[in-house]
Design a protein around this ligand. Sequence first.
Ligand SMILES: Nc1nc2c(ncn2[C@@H]2O[C@H](COP(=O)(O)OP(=O)(O)OP(=O)(O)O)[C@@H](O)[C@H]2O)c(=O)[nH]1
Ligand SMILES: [Mg+2]
Length: 468
Amino acid sequence: MIIDNDTIVAIATGNAPGAIGILRISGADSLDILKRCHQATKALEPRQMTLRKLYDPENGELLDQVMLCYFPAPHSYTGEDVVELYAHGGRLNLARILDALCGAGARLAQPGEYTQRAFLNRKLDLSQAEAIMDIIGAQTQRALREAQKQLSGSVSKPVQDLRQQLLKIIITLESCIDFSEQEELLSLPREELRADFHKIIAQIQAMLRASESLRLDGYRVALLGKPNAGKSSLFNMMLGQDRAIVTDISGTTTDTIQERVKLGGIDICLIDTAGIGDADNLIEQLGVERSLKEAERADIILWICDINDNFTLPPESVCRNLDAYIEENAFFLILNKIDLQSSHTTTESAFGLLQERFPKLDRGQIFELSTVTGAGMVYFEEKLARHLRTREEENEGLALVTSQRHITLLRNSLIALTRALEALQDGLPAECIAADVRDALDALGQIVGSIAADDVLNAIFSQFCIGK
Ligand SMILES: Nc1nc2c(ncn2[C@@H]2O[C@H](COP(=O)(O)OP(=O)(O)OP(=O)(O)O)[C@@H](O)[C@H]2O)c(=O)[nH]1
Ligand SMILES: [Mg+2]
C-alpha cells in the first residue's frame, strides 16, 4: 500500500448505477484539483452544498452538473482537506469524472486508503477502522449492530481502560526495579499487584467469554434425529420453501444443508442434517459424522422424533453434549407426525425418559407437531423465537469482541498476564514481571493500533474496497 501525501480520488458509492454517485477527493490539493475542473471563481464554503458544472480540464468538455461539499482539514473523514462530489450516478458518468479529476492531478485511491488516512490522522483507532469494514460487509442485523457499536468505541474503550490499568502497574513495577544508581528501593506491593492482576485477568476473560457466545452469522439451530423422523420436512417448513429433499426412504439426507432465515426478527442459520442411525455405507457414515459435529457446535439443538416410533434416548454420542444445552434451555425435543393416529409415544413418557437422564430438563422444552398439517408449528416457532430473543438480550449489554484478530490479541494479553502473575507469585524480581506486563500491553495496543507493524496495517486496510 502506498502511503504518501498525494491527493487521492475514488468513487465512494460502489459500482452499481444509482440516481446519485459520490466521488471523494482527499488531500492537500483537493481544492486546487477541483478548481481545474470548474469555471466558477467563488470559493466553496466549508460544509455547504454548492451546485457547479464540471468540465474536463483537457478539452473543456462539459462533464456533469454536480453538488459539491468541502470539508476542510482536520474536520473531515480522513482528517485532510476533502471534497465530496455528488454527481449523476451512472457508471460511465462517474468513470468520466474520475478520469478528469485524475487528469487534473489526483491519484486513484488504493483500497482502504481513506480509512487508513483517517487512522493515521487519529480520526479513529484501528478497531474503529475495522468496524467500518464490518459495517459495509455486514450480512445480518446482529453483525451490523455489533459493528456500529464497535465504531462507537465498544471495543476501544474497554481496551484503553485495560491499557491504563496495565500502565499503572508498570509504573509501580518500575519504581521497584533495582537500578544501581538508585539509593532507596521501594519494596514490591505484592498483594496489591496480585489483586490488580486478578481483576484485569477477570475483565479480559469476561470479554472473551461473551464473544465466544456471539454468532454474527445468526444462531446455529441444528435439526438432529434418527433417519426419517421428519428433519428435512421441518427444515423446509421453517424456511418456507422446498429446499431439502424429503422422501420416505430412510437416509434421504446424506449431508448437512444450511440456510439463513429469520425467526421472530432474529437471524438464524438453520441446519438440516443426516439422520443419526446405523449407517449402511461410507456416504451415510460420513453424513452421521457431520451431524455429530453439528451437535457439538450448534447454539440450539432440535432433536426430532417420530411420535409413532417408541421413544428412546438420543444415542450416547449426542447425549454426552446435551447437559450444557439443556441447562441453557437450548435443547428442544420435537415429537413429529402427530397427524398419524398410531401414536406409541406419549409426550409424558418421552419427557419421563429424558428427565431421568437429564434432571434439569423442563417440560416446556418438548413440542408436538406435524409438518404435514402444520399443527403445533406456530406455538413451537413462537417459543423458539422467544428463547432466541432472551439470548440476544443477555448479550446486548456486553462488550463484545467480534474480530478474530482482536480475540487472538486478547488471548495473547491474557497469556502474558498469567505469566506475570506467576512471576509475581514465584517471588521473581520486578523487571521480570514488568516484561510480561509489557507484552500484555503490546497485545492490547495492537487492537486499537497504538502499536502496529506496517504489514499488519496493510493487511487490514487492503481488505477494504476502493473508495473506503
Ligand atoms: N404423516 C406425516 N408424515 C411426515 C411428517 N413429517 C415428515 N413426514 C414424512 O416422513 C418421511 C421422512 O421425512 P423427512 O423429512 O425426509 O425425514 P428426515 O428426518 O429428513 O429423514 P432422513 O433425511 O432420511 O434422515 C417423509 O415421507 C415425510 O413426508 C408428519 O408430520 N406427518
Ligand atoms: Mg432428511
